[in-house]
Design a protein around this ligand. Structure first.
Ligand code: TYM
Length: 383
């Protein structure tokens, strides 16, 4: 089940309409992150993260079980990924920044899958050469996040498939066509590459015999629902997931930021001037039509994209955020002023990112070496 009815759709390949996250939890069968669970993460991590505090990460499967495995010394490992469909936008970096935080706090191995095969097979017009070029660019952005090189392995499916194939056959053999059809809604016209592809996204959850914890936005859940149906029969653990909401596009709080609509997204490569122009021109505002009206009636931060982005990620200080919210609601803070706060925060973040990205190139072989590190990390026997 992937669609939420006529008004909204959430699949790994499409998010549109007003996403009702409460409803999604019910339809997907995930759980809400409770205040107790939040506390437990804080206790074990000995730190807090605004993405948890602000409930951007809002849902999970077996996060409590993964934390118990960590606490008891059984250990966990992390897994996340990127489908290189185009340049990365700020929505794509959020799960990676959060994953880095988890790796720092829980000191565990991390696998990052680059699904160049998925993006090639998804659309007829996609060319493998171009997807590979995009993948290489995306990998620099990923490395710039600052993962622990001793504990992180980044791989492209198209390059690493040979090593994974024995396990891929076991996973593929345990999933029927009717299972993938029911989960993803594939049509008769869907190419058989895409029908096989879920095998590849499931596979890294079995790279170690420990429990795998996957940070992602909730659109990726269908893959991991399938994983949980088959993992134990293959001798592996059910993977745990921690899911976020979607960073909304510039155009408003419906749907998600998408690479294919440049005016809806801020790319990691956008220059400060471009960022300013896009925010000032396109960011949907919850403000009133005139300054006088705004002063009198106040703005609505709940539908204001600039405020939502600050809340999602760019103003991690809860007290400052609260003050901005109150001042905007009361009319003291104007839309232009709110947008300026965001532009400054965003540009500071992007500038730091770009600095780290220039150093990333020389780290590529370290993160992607398929020899010693991959073998050491992927300790499971795959007979
Ligand atoms: P992709 O490239 O579509 O997305 C990469 C990651 O970013 C999340 N995401 C977002 N998060 C917040 N706001 C948004 N607007 C937004 N848009 C995308 C996605 O949920 C994802 O976590 N098939 C996958 C690649 C993949 C993967 C994985 C992802 C392979 N294995 C394991 C997560 C976990 C893909 O195409 O992701």
């Amino acid at each position: 089940m992937v669609s939420m009815g006529a008004e909204s759709t959430v699949t790994p390949w499409e998010v549109s309409g007003k996403v009702d996250y409460e409803k999604l939890i019910k339809e997907f069968g995930t759980k809400k992150i409770t205040p107790e669970l939040k506390k437990k993460i804080g206790r074990l991590a000995k730190d807090s993260h605004s993405l948890i505090d602000q409930e951007i990460y809002f849902s999970h499967r077996d996060l409590d079980v993964a934390l118990a495995d960590f606490e008891s010394g059984k250990g966990i490992f992390l897994y996340t990924g990127r489908g290189p469909s185009g340049p990365m936008h700020i929505g794509h970096i959020i799960p990676l920044v959060f994953t880095k935080w988890l790796q720092d706090k829980f000191k565990c191995n991390l696998y990052i899958e680059i699904t160049d095969d998925e993006k090639f097979m998804l659309k007829k017009e996609n060319k493998m050469d171009e997807i590979r070029r995009i993948a290489d660019e995306n990998i620099l952005d990923i490395i710039a996040v600052g993962f622990d090189p001793e504990r992180t392995f980044i791989f492209k499916d198209s390059e690493y498939m040979g090593n994974m194939y024995p396990l891929a056959t076991r996973v593929a053999k345990s999933i029927n066509f009717s299972d993938v059809k029911a989960t993803f809604g594939f049509e008769n016209s869907t190419n058989i590459g895409m029908i096989f592809f879920p095998t590849l996204e499931i596979l890294p959850t079995m790279f170690e015999n420990k429990r795998c914890l996957i940070p992602a936005a909730i659109d990726q859940d269908p893959f991991f629902r399938l994983q949980r149906d088959i993992a134990e029969s293959l001798g592996y653990k059910k993977a745990a997931q921690i899911y976020s909401k979607f960073l909304p596009p510039l155009s408003g709080t419906d749907g998600k930021m998408s690479s294919s609509m440049p005016e809806s997204a801020i790319y990691l490569s956008d220059e400060p001037k471009t960022v300013k122009q896009k925010i000032m021109k396109y960011a949907f505002s919850g403000g009133q039509e005139s300054i006088e009206m705004h002063r009198k009636l106040g703005g609505n931060p709940d539908i204001d994209v600039a405020f939502q982005w600050l809340k999602y990620f760019f103003e991690p200080d809860a007290k400052k955020l609260k003050r901005i919210e109150e001042e905007y609601r009361s009319g003291k803070l104007l839309t232009g002023e709110l947008k300026t706060i965001l532009v400054e925060k965003l540009n500071a973040f992007l500038e730091e990112h770009r600095e780290r990205r220039t150093d990333a190139r020389e780290m590529v072989t370290t993160f992607m070496r398929t020899g010693a590190l991959a073998k050491k990390m992927w300790a499971t026997k795959h007979e």
